[in-house]
Write a protein that binds this ligand. Structure first.
Ligand code: ADP
Ligand code: MG
Ligand code: ZN
Length: 618
C-alpha cells in the first residue's frame, strides 16, 4: 500500500550537481566578456616607440601610470607603463593625434562580481531547493507546496484495503462493537434523532497477532468512508517537532473528509505514560501526545469522525488517553478459543489447495494458545511442506508437522545424538507423559517424539487439552507442576542421576508455583494476597514483587516446598508404573515418534493386570 518513494537524498545530490554545472558554464561564457581586455606592462621606451610609429590610439594618464591601447583592432591588450618625468609628453601626444580618455574599463565592478559570485548561485540554489521541495511534497501526497510537516497519512477507500469482516474469523465481540461504528458512519441520522453520540474513539487491545490491524482494515473495507491510517511510530519518524504538526494536519484532513475513520496503529509509541521524572521524559513524544489529546477534545463527535487505535500494551498508555471523550471504548481482541482457531484455520485454508482428509478441529485442538498470525503461519508452513514433498494439495500430515514446526521449530534430522542420550531423552519424555496420564485431571497426551528440533528441544510431549476450559483449579495446576517434574523424575529413577535436559521444565514449574502463591491466592500461608504486580500482560508479562523482603523469602520457601511436593508425587506415580515406563520408553526409542493412541494402548494393558504383578515385574 505504501508508495515506493525515490530516495530524496539522491535527488538532492542531483540538483546540486546541476546547479554547480550551470554556474561553471556561466563563468566560462560571461567572465571573458567582462575582462575582455587584458593588461600588459611595457617599459617607457616601448611606449615611446609605439608613439613614434603612430600605433597608439588612446591614452589615460593617472598619477604615475600611463595606460594606453593600440589602434590595431586585433590587439587586445591594455598597455601599462610607469610615467616618466617628461614635460613634453602631452604635447607630443597631441601632435601624434592620440586621444585622451578612458582606457581602463571601470575597475571590475564589485557589483558584477557580487552578482555572479554570490547572488546568482544563491538564487539558483534556492530555486532548485524550491523545486525539489515541491517535488517531494507531491510524492508525499500533500496538496500544497512549501508546507513541511503535512502528515503522510494514507487515505484508504473501501476498494483499497480489500478486507471485510468475512476475512476476520472469530473475534465476534470485537466485530460486533466495530459493526456499530460502521453502522453509525453509514447512517448518523439514526443515532442523532435519538440523541446518542458515538464514542469518539475505540481502542483495540490484545496480544500481538490477534488481528487488530486486520480488524481495522476490515472496518475500512466495510464502511465505505475515507480511512486514514497511520502508525504511531510514523508520528515520531522524521524531524523533531514534526509529530505535533502531523497530528494537527491529520485531524484537519479528517474533519474535511468527515464522515471518516482515523486509525492509529501501535498507539503506545506515542501514548505512553508521561512521567514527571525530570529530564528523562521524551519531549517530542510528549508534545505529540498532547497535541493528540487536544485534537480529540477539539472536534465534534457528531460530525462523524471516528478514531480507532490499536495497542498490545494497554497498561502503558497514558491515563488521559483513556478517559471519557477520548478512547472511552475498549474493544478486547483476545487470543482465539477452540472455535475461533478452527474458523481462522478455515479462512486461511481458502487460499490453499487442501486435500480431502483435513481435520481442522484436530489442528485447532492441538494449537491452544496460538494467535491468529501463528495459525495463518501454520497453514502456510503446511503448504510449503506439501510443495517440498512434491504434492499438489496439503494433507493432514503436513498440517500436523507444521504445527510442530511453529511450536518447536523444524526437525533436525541431521543431529546425531549418542544412543545413551537418546535413551535418556526417551525416558524423560515418557516420564512426562506417564505422570500426565496417571493424574486424572491432566490432559491426555497427543504425541511424544524424540526427534530433535531446531529450537534445541531434544524431544517433547505434546499435550492437548480436551475441553476449552478457562478456569484451572488449584489441583489442576499442582498436577501440571507434577507433570513438568515427571521428566526429571524418570531420569532419576532409571539412571540414578539427572541431566541438563530439564531446564525448561524447571523454569515453567517454578513460574507456575510462584504464580500460585503470589497471584492466584492458592497458598495456605498467604491466602488471597497479591504479592506481585504484573505489567505488559499481553507481551509475556513482567512481574515485580510487591511485598516486604521477609515475605519474599517466605514465598521462596513456599514455592520450593510446593515443587518438592509435586516432584515427590511424580516419583511415586512413576514408581508404581515402572513396567509401562520401561516398555513405553523402549517403544519410543524404536519409533522416535508415537501418538497418543499408541501410548494409551500400551498403558491400558497394564491397567488390566493386578497391581502386585506390576510391582514384581520391575
Ligand atoms: P495485530 O495487529 O493484532 O498484531 P494483525 O492484524 O497484524 O495482528 O494480524 C496478523 C495476521 O494474522 C493477519 O494478517 C491475518 O493473516 C492473521 N490473523 C490474525 N487474526 C486473525 C483472525 N481473527 N482471522 C483471520 N486471520 C487472522
Ligand atoms: Mg498490528
Ligand atoms: Zn521435559
Amino acid at each position: 500500500m505504501v508508495e515506493q518513494k525515490k530516495n530524496p537524498r539522491k535527488s538532492l545530490l542531483w540538483y546540486c550537481v546541476i546547479v554547480l554545472a550551470v554556474i561553471a558554464l556561466l563563468n566560462t561564457i560571461l567572465m571573458p566578456q567582462l575582462n575582455r581586455m587584458q593588461t600588459k606592462e611595457v617599459d617607457y621606451s616601448t611606449f615611446l616607440d609605439m608613439l613614434d610609429e603612430g600605433k597608439i590610439a588612446k591614452v589615460q594618464m593617472e598619477g604615475e601610470t600611463i595606460a594606453f591601447v593600440s589602434n590595431d583592432e586585433q590587439d587586445p591588450f591594455i598597455y601599462m607603463t610607469g610615467a616618466w618625468d617628461d614635460p613634453d609628453l602631452v604635447d607630443r601626444l597631441r601632435t601624434a593625434g592620440v586621444d585622451f580618455g578612458k582606457v581602463v574599463p571601470k575597475e571590475e565592478s564589485p557589483w558584477i562580481s557580487l552578482l555572479f559570485g554570490l547572488i546568482l548561485p544563491t538564487a539558483l540554489l534556492w530555486g532548485a531547493g524550491y523545486l525539489l521541495m515541491r517535488n517531494m511534497q507531491k510524492k508525499m501526497g500533500g496538496p500544497n507546496a512549501m508546507s513541511f510537516g503535512k502528515s503522510n497519512a494514507k487515505i484508504y477507500v473501501a476498494a483499497q484495503t480489500g478486507k471485510t469482516f468475512a476475512d476476520v474469523a472469530g473475534e465476534d465481540e470485537a466485530k460486533e462493537a466495530l459493526k456499530e461504528i460502521v453502522d453509525f458512519l453509514h447512517d448518523p441520522k439514526k443515532y442523532e434523532s435519538i440523541g446518542a453520540s458515538m464514542p469518539k474513539g475505540a481502542l483495540l487491545v490484545g496480544p500481538p497477532g490477534t488481528g487488530k490491524t486486520l480488524l481495522a482494515q476490515a472496518v475500512a473495507g466495510e464502511a465505505h468512508v475515507p480511512f486514514f491510517s497511520i502508525s504511531g511510530s510514523e508520528f515520531v519518524e522524521m524531524f523533531v517537532g514534526m509529530g505535533a504538526a502531523k497530528v494537527r494536519d491529520l485531524f484537519k484532513q479528517a474533519q474535511d473528509k468527515a464522515p471518516c475513520i482515523v486509525f492509529i496503529d501501535e498507539i503506545d509509541t506515542i501514548g505512553k505514560k508521561r512521567d514527571g521524572a525530570g529530564f528523562t521524559g521524551n519531549d517530542e513524544r510528549e508534545q505529540t501526545l498532547n497535541q493528540l489529546l487536544t485534537e480529540m477534545d477539539g472536534f465534534d463527535g457528531r460530525k462523524g469522525v471516528v478514531i480507532l487505535a490499536a495497542t498490545n500494551r494497554p497498561d502503558s498508555l497514558d491515563k488521559a488517553l483513556l478517559r471519557p471523550g477520548r478512547f472511552d471504548r475498549r474493544i478486547p481482541v483476545e487470543l482465539p478459543d477452540l472455535k475461533g482457531r478452527e474458523a481462522i484455520l478455515r479462512v486461511h485454508a481458502q487460499d490453499v489447495k487442501m486435500g480431502p482428509d483435513i481435520d481442522f478441529a484436530a489442528i485447532a485442538r492441538a494449537t491452544a494458545g496460538a494467535s491468529g498470525a501463528e495459525l495463518a503461519n501454520i497453514i502456510n508452513e503446511a503448504a510449503l511442506r506439501a510443495v517440498r514433498m512434491g504434492r499438489y494439495a496439503v494433507t493432514q500430515e503436513d498440517l500436523e508437522e507444521s504445527v510442530e514446526v511453529v511450536i518447536a521449530g523444524y526437525q533436525r534430522k541431521s543431529a546425531v545424538i549418542p544412543p545413551k542420550e537418546k535413551q535418556i531423552v526417551a525416558y524423560h519424555e515418557i516420564g512426562h507423559a506417564l505422570v500426565a496420564a496417571r493424574q486424572t485431571n491432566s490432559a491426555p497426551v497427543a504425541k511424544i517424539t524424540i526427534v530433535p528440533r531446531t529450537s534445541g528441544a531434544l524431544g517433547y510431549t505434546m499435550q492437548v487439552p480436551e475441553d476449552e476450559s478457562v478456569l484451572m483449579s488449584k489441583e489442576e495446576i499442582f498436577n501440571k507442576i507434577a507433570t513438568l517434574t515427571g521428566g526429571r523424575s524418570a531420569e532419576e529413577l532409571v539412571f540414578g542421576t539427572c541431566t541438563s535436559g530439564a531446564s525448561n521444565d524447571i523454569e515453567q514449574a517454578t513460574k507456575l508455583a510462584r504464580s500460585m502463591i503470589t497471584k492466584l491466592g492458592m497458598s495456605d500461608t498467604f491466602g488471597m494476597i497479591a504479592l506481585e504486580t504484573e505489567s505488559n500482560k499481553y507481551l509475556g508479562g513482567d512481574s515485580s514483587m510487591a511485598c516486604s523482603e521477609g515475605t519474599a523469602q517466605a514465598v521462596d520457601q513456599e514455592a520450593i516446598s510446593l515443587i518438592r511436593k509435586a516432584h515427590e508425587k511424580a516419583i511415586s506415580i512413576l514408581k508404581e508404573n515402572m513396567a509401562p515406563l520401561h516398555e513405553l520408553a523402549h517403544y519410543l526409542l524404536e519409533k522416535e515418534t508415537i501418538t497418543g493412541e499408541e501410548f494409551m494402548a500400551i498403558l491400558k494393558k497394564y491397567d488390566e493386570k493386578p497391581a502386585l504383578e506390576q510391582n514384581t515385574k520391575e
